[in-house]
Design a protein. Structure first.
Length: 213
């Protein structure tokens, strides 16, 4: 960003090389620090080092900027979960555990994205692109559930969508209570081990794994 000046030395405005990216970066920082509803559009502009009117060149509102952050977050999240699943290698159970750890890692290392995705109260149905990326992320979890369900007899197989929703909810709960320390609580074991042990109990309850499997 470089300020331009007229001949009297007064600043006329700012020229930003990539304003859109700077605004998203600024928004992610503020979301992580203050939550999705704790800052104004003017604060985003100030954080990005531009005039209060500059953000409107790319986003009609603060909410649209947060939606853009969530869209990018879901895309990154989907890629991360899919890479962790790795087509179920070396085994569906081991890969399923890697998906859970990837979930926690994303929440820990990308708080701005994670909060925009899950705590901003965005209406996914109002944005087809956002809905598509969110479903792509859910799809990685669902594929993992489908692979594990194949272990059970056909008449005993739970619904993959239900099972993936249960694991998603468990993962989100571990993030909120322990991985982000939002409540100041301390887990008896690491969040990763807590999620893994909870998942194993759940899968055994469904009869999808036995003993030390």
């Amino acid at each position: 960003m470089t300020p331009s000046e007229d001949t009297s030395g007064r600043r006329r405005g700012y020229h930003h090389g990539n304003l859109r990216e700077a605004l998203v970066t600024a928004a992610l920082k503020l979301i992580a620090e203050k939550g999705p509803h704790g800052f104004s559009f003017a604060e985003v502009a100030r954080e990005a080092g531009v005039s209060p009117a500059a953000p409107y060149r790319h986003f009609p509102s603060r909410e649209a900027l947060i939606a853009e952050a969530a869209l990018r977050g879901f895309g990154l999240f989907a890629d991360l979960l899919d890479d962790a699943w790795n087509s179920g290698k070396p085994s569906p159970l081991a890969a399923f555990g890697k998906v859970g750890r990837a979930y926690l890692a994303f929440a820990r290392h990308e708080p701005g994205y994670y909060i925009a995705m899950f705590e901003a109260g965005l209406d996914l149905d109002a944005d087809p692109a956002l809905r598509a990326e969110a479903e792509r992320a859910q799809g990685a979890m669902r594929r993992a559930a489908e692979a594990l369900i194949e272990r059970a007899a056909p008449e005993k197989r739970p619904l993959a969508r239900m099972m993936s929703a249960h694991i998603w909810a468990m993962s989100h709960g571990v993030v909120e209570l322990f991985a982000r320390n939002s409540a100041g609580l301390g887990a008896p074991i690491s969040p990763e081990d807590l999620l893994e042990s909870g998942t194993l109990v759940y899968l055994r309850g469904l009869g999808l794994i036995q003993g030390e499997d």
